[in-house]
Write a protein that binds this ligand. Sequence first.
Ligand code: NAP
Ligand code: GDD
Length: 337
Amino acid sequence: MSRVALISGTTGQDGSYLSEFLLDKGYTVHGIKRRSSSFNTERIDRVDVHPRDGEARLFLHYSDLSDPASLSALIRDIRPDEIYNLGAQSHVRVSFDIPAYTADVTGLGALRMLEAARAADVDCRFYQASSSEMFGSAPPPQREQTPFHPRSPYACAKVYAYWTAVNHRESWDMFCANGILFNHESPRRGENFVTRKITRAVARIEAGIQDKLYLGNLDAVRDWGYAPEYVEAMWLALQQDTPDDYVVATGEGHTVREFVEAAFDRVGLDWQRYVEIDPRYFRPAEVDALIGDYTRARRRLGWAPKTLFGDLVRIMVDADRQLLEDERMGRLVRVDR
Ligand code: NAP
Ligand code: GDD
């Protein structure tokens, strides 16, 4: 019998890579998709074999982290061995505009998933997608013992979800693990996160269809890794004898400015001719520097990053150039998105 996983946030960057990873391991994967007025399954369509196909091992279900009844029904019916709670309103800047919604989905959503699993009385392991944003203004390097100092409604919601997972571990003896993941990117990254915004703009500027790239704070330091490698750490966290919490990072910090420079360099352009600062992209409170110490993940999970900054920039710029080329040629867009 294949193992069964339930993923919230299947249609997002990480959910799509995790689905592929688990399918490759022989799992049956159930994913939550939410109702939208436009298609929102683009990242997962490549593996979404139609359920009527006898080979299908990926099943998408309408549900929502704000809807406890549907979550309960899903978990009761599917009886997963592993639950990965990746669903979230995940944009930090946007969380300042919609703080209550962010708290509801990103924070309380984790509680609803955990309580649905508890109520269904299924013997399952639970992964919570925690974030380096929880460290906020705590100086780097940040590790599991570093005190949290969240600097946004998103980060506050993630701190709540983190402690809720720990509390379910301690109160109800559930196998709950937090992955405290530092920023991780890929060609499937949402277009309004800074790395993808930059690589997409570089491709468009090179092609002559965009003039300028407007950005906010270029001095922020982030520890950027490669998303397909980070989903393996999620899975590893649930394969241990005892549950724990793990920082997953590269240990390298770079400024947004360095990312911009490297991305424009890749196509031989001088970034200073194209980039302008737009204060609209500044945040009411900024997280200045995130650099993770992933010693625990390395020692206990045997996990280490392989793709570092230079390669990540190259992969993302090249993918956006290819994507543009495919669109212009009217080719079926099958670039890694
Ligand atoms: P993402 O691309 O923004 O994906 C978020 C997913 O959550 C999408 O599938 C989205 O659905 C879904 N979602 C949003 N609201 C929902 C709701 N009300 N009910 C159910 N699902 C909902 O994020 P990601 O980069 O893959 O990140 C995955 C998780 O890791 C998130 O929890 C994020 O906060 C956390 N995280 C990310 C990073 C990072 O650097 N990427 C680092 C640390 C932690 P739609 O597709 O319909 O929008
Ligand atoms: N989005 C964005 N857009 N960010 C900009 C821009 C811009 O135009 N200009 C500068 N930045 C700066 C932000 O101020 C921030 O310091 C940095 O670039 C990274 O911003 P994002 O790419 O939006 O990511 P984030 O670090 O705020 O949050 C991401 O990583 C977290 C883990 O640390 C998200 O994926 C979160 O969901 C995740 O938890």
